[in-house]
Every structure is written in C-alpha cells, then in structure tokens.
Design a protein. Structure first.
Length: 253
C-alpha cells in the first residue's frame, strides 16, 4: 500500500509537468505557426507596396505622356511677321524636332545627374517660338524662344527642363532667318521637373509620313518595380509642327 501510494503520487506529479520532448515539439509547432503568420504578413505587405507603386507609377506616367503630347503641339520655327502679313521662318536644323533614334534608351547607360538642376541623357528636344512682329507700330515685339528638353537619368528618372531666350530685334532682308543659336539649349532655365521615377527604359519609334514631312514620334516608357518584377508601360504619340531630326548616337545633343 505504501509503494502504491508513492507510485500514485508520482503519477500525479508527472501529470502536472512536461517532458523535454514535449516542450521541443510544442516549441517547433509554435515556431512554424509564427513563421507562417510572418510570411503571410510579409506577403500582404509586399502586395500592398506593389499596389501602391502601381497606382503612383500610373499617375506619373499618364502625367508624363500628357505633358509631352501637349508640349509637342507647341513646337514651331522662330519667325518674323512683317506688316501686313509676311511671315519669315528660320528652318535651321537646330529648331527642328530632335529625338533619339537609338531605339531603346536604358537608364543604366544614361547620364548621372544630381537632383534636377540639369538634364540627363536627352531623348526629346524642340523649340517653341513666340513670333517677332515688325511694322505694327505699338504692337511690335521681339521673338521669344522656348526650348523643351526631356531626358532620362542613370537613377531611372524622367526629367523635363524648359529654357527661355529673347531674340534681339532683327533687320531686313533676312529678319529672324539669319539668327543662329551658338549652343542649345540657350537662355535661362525657367522650369525643371521630375516627371516620373523607376523608369527602366524609353523606346522611341519615328513614323515619317511622305506627304507632309512631319513625323509622328512614339515614345514608350517602361517602368520597373525596384523590389520585384512588376512592370508598367505607357505610350504617347508626339505630333510636332516641324520636321524631325534624328540622333542615332549620344543624348546630350
């Protein structure tokens, strides 16, 4: 009876505790559960981050394409309007619609730029002119040139820069046709914008209609999520008012 009492007491104490193996099994199950919860949390967090990135990138790319399409429609040669209505244009190559004809321009091979104080590797550049007016007495004015530049940087940003210059009053017989710009862009930078980020490449394709001589420039932006393979592509058709000028090499024309 005494032995049985000790045995019964031992069993009761044994029932109140856990063996080392039981503790290890419980710890393993808890670890697996914790890993599963963490993986699920990380998966949800990554999905949320990608969704946010896509929404942000879509907004930036649409803004960029609208910006280019609107600006391209303003492209024009420098001109002088002489009373009563004669128009003299300067059709020099430097005032045409310049574009990269390398096909695809990658950010990895583009210029390294700090901030947005200067352009990266150019893929579009063109002039917009407010015509000079002569012979209209009080309505006379000097010509104002605006240069628009779109570029890609090594850190995957699309930049836009605007430069503005006033042309001194010209004279007969050539008027503004005799004006040459030593370096382009020239004048004062009046605007600099970062239009989009995470741009892996820009692909440019030109369609040159035989009738008008005016090109249609397709620009495709390819964005890549920095922490994955999620991509977003947006395309715009730029239709300028002046002939195109292709650049097969380089990007700081």
């Amino acid at each position: 009876m005494k032995i049985r009492g000790y045995y019964t007491s031992f069993i009761k104490r044994r029932d109140l505790g856990f063996t080392l193996i039981e503790v290890m099994i419980a710890f393993g199950v808890l670890s697996l559960f914790s890993m599963g919860v963490f993986a699920l949390y990380r998966s949800g967090q990554n999905a949320s981050s990608q969704t946010f990135w896509l929404q942000k990138e879509m907004a930036e790319l649409r803004n960029t394409t609208r910006h280019i399409a609107a600006a391209a429609q303003k492209s024009s040669y420098p001109s002088t309007i002489c009373f009563p209505g004669e128009i003299i244009d300067n059709e020099d190559d430097q005032f045409k619609f310049h574009y990269s004809s390398r096909g695809t321009l990658t950010s990895a091979l583009s210029a390294s730029v700090s901030g947005k104080s200067s352009p990266g590797t150019h893929f579009l550049r063109f002039a917009e002119s407010l015509p000079e007016k002569q012979g209209f007495q009080t309505d006379d004015r000097q010509a104002i040139l605006t240069f628009h530049i779109y570029s890609l940087t090594k850190d995957s940003r699309v930049l836009y820069h605007k430069y503005r210059q006033t042309i001194p009053t010209t004279s007969t017989p050539n008027y503004i046709k005799g004006v040459s710009i030593p370096t382009v862009p020239s004048g004062t930078m009046v605007e600099s914008l970062e239009l989009a980020g995470d741009i892996e490449s820009v692909t440019i394709t030109a369609q040159q209609p035989a009738d008008s001589g005016l090109p249609k420039i397709s620009i495709e932006f390819n964005a890549l999520y920095p922490r994955g393979q999620t991509r977003r592509t947006e395309r715009v058709m730029a239709i300028p008012n002046v002939p195109g000028f292709p650049h097969p090499n380089g990007g700081d024309w």
